[in-house]
Write a protein that binds this ligand. Structure first.
Ligand code: UDP
Length: 380
């Protein structure tokens, strides 16, 4: 008999939730992570008494009561509502695209005026598509033009998206832009979900609650001692890059990485909200995060005379950096499908999370996937 039932490679959301449930079911687990800390990209640091989302802003949002109850049973969450703004050509615009945005963009004051303006904008493009015999948007650019028209696309979407993904909008899949709601109400809440918040005290508390009582080893690279690790457990839960797992047999998948430049400022409130997006192409970063706004609201912002911000720079992933986003274009999706076909044949390896599934998805659906995973269900 092997020493562990499960070796969990990677301690991000998928790995930590899987380990928690396995441990609760009496399974012997070992979690390894190649980084010096657990938590993957939800890991936070603390500076000047401010919790810093070290790998970029993470806002927990879901409409699943099951998932919300699951995380809230582990740690309390605050009432944070994500309401980023965009700074474009010296002007501020509300996001997601809502009545505030339409007022700022076109001066529309009623839903009827905004609907008419959107209709006019979209119609221009839809008739172009019809004339060319294109039945449905084939890429992000066409999708954006159909959703909100050219003014908003040019000012708030094109530059941001091309900086974030490093590719023209015409080469990106339509679904990426469908993540953003379009509303005819004065509602700046970025998400349509029922539940939203951030663990009080930061995500490290959530990860600590998940991994409590479970053996974890950091600075352990699975690939550096692969045979050793494979012989240590009956099954492996792999949350790293699926192409690396298969030694790049069919070629390399592409990922985007993000670099952060952190700055401390001797002022209590630098930008007035957690996230400001910068869609202009001549600004090298995509957004600036002011971390204290994730956990302090109203006058409490002024209790700390300092603030910590991160400027976010998006680049193509290369070995040695952390992969953040799968690039779900046609070529990468086709390659990922071939790797998934290999993964489907494995009896003793479970693949999960953004990197192992090569899927651009958020924390809550990742948790739902673990909760409903056949392996987890088999312990019930
Ligand atoms: N997006 C944009 N302008 C913005 C914010 C987002 O065009 O100001 C687009 C961009 O293509 C991005 C997509 O919307 O990839 C989804 O944004 P989301 O905020 O969901 O991205 P994430 O938080 O995962 O980085």
């Amino acid at each position: 008999m092997k020493r562990y039932d499960y070796l969990i490679v990677g301690s991000g959301i998928f790995g930590a939730v899987f380990a928690y449930l396995a441990n609760r079911a009496g399974k012997r687990c070992l979690v390894i992570d190649k980084r010096p800390h657990v938590g993957g990209n939800v890991y936070c640091t603390e500076q000047h008494g401010i919790i810093v989302h070290h790998y970029g802003p993470h806002i927990f949002h879901t409409s699943s009561k099951e998932v919300w109850d699951f995380v809230n049973a582990l740690v309390p969450f605050n009432r944070f509502t994500y309401m980023p703004v965009a700074h474009a050509k010296g002007k501020m615009y509300n996001l997601p695209f809502n009545m505030n945005t339409f007022y700022q963009m076109w001066g529309c004051t009623t839903p009827a005026e905004a609907a008419a303006k959107l209709h006019e904008q979209k119609l221009l493009f839809e008739s172009e598509m019809q004339a060319q015999g294109i039945p449905a948007p084939r890429n992000l650019e066409e999708q954006a033009l159909c959703l909100v028209g050219r003014d908003i696309y040019e000012k708030l979407i094109k530059g941001y998206t091309e900086k974030q993904w490093g590719r023209p909008c015409s080469e990106l899949p339509p679904f990426i832009i469908k993540r953003l709601p379009v509303r005819l109400t004065y509602d700046n809440n970025y998400f349509n979900d029922t539940y939203q918040g951030i663990p009080i005290g930061g995500y490290n508390k959530l990860i600590a609650a998940l991994l409590s009582g479970i053996e974890c080893r950091t600075n352990e690279d699975f690939f550096a001692h692969r045979e050793h690790w494979e012989s240590a457990a009956e099954k492996i839960v792999f949350t790293g890059q699926i192409d690396e797992f298969y030694n790049y047999r069919y070629g390399k998948l592409q990922y985007r990485t993000v670099r952060f430049e952190e700055e401390v400022h001797p002022t209590p409130n630098l930008q007035g909200c957690a996230v400001v997006n910068y869609p202009d192409r001549n600004v090298p970063y995509t957004r600036i995060i002011e971390h204290k706004h994730f956990e302090h609201f109203g006058d409490a912002v002024y209790a700390n005379p300092h603030t910590v911000i991160s400027k976010e720079f998006s680049t193509e992933w290369t070995a040695g950096s952390e992969p953040f986003y799968p690039v779900n274009d046609a070529a990468n999706n086709a390659l990922a499908e071939r790797y998934r076909a290999l993964a489907a044949q494995e009896n003793n390896v479970i693949f999960g999370g953004r990197l192992a599934e090569y899927k651009y998805y958020d924390m809550a659906p990742v948790i739902a996937n673990v909760l409903h995973h056949p392996e987890v269900q088999s312990w019930a």
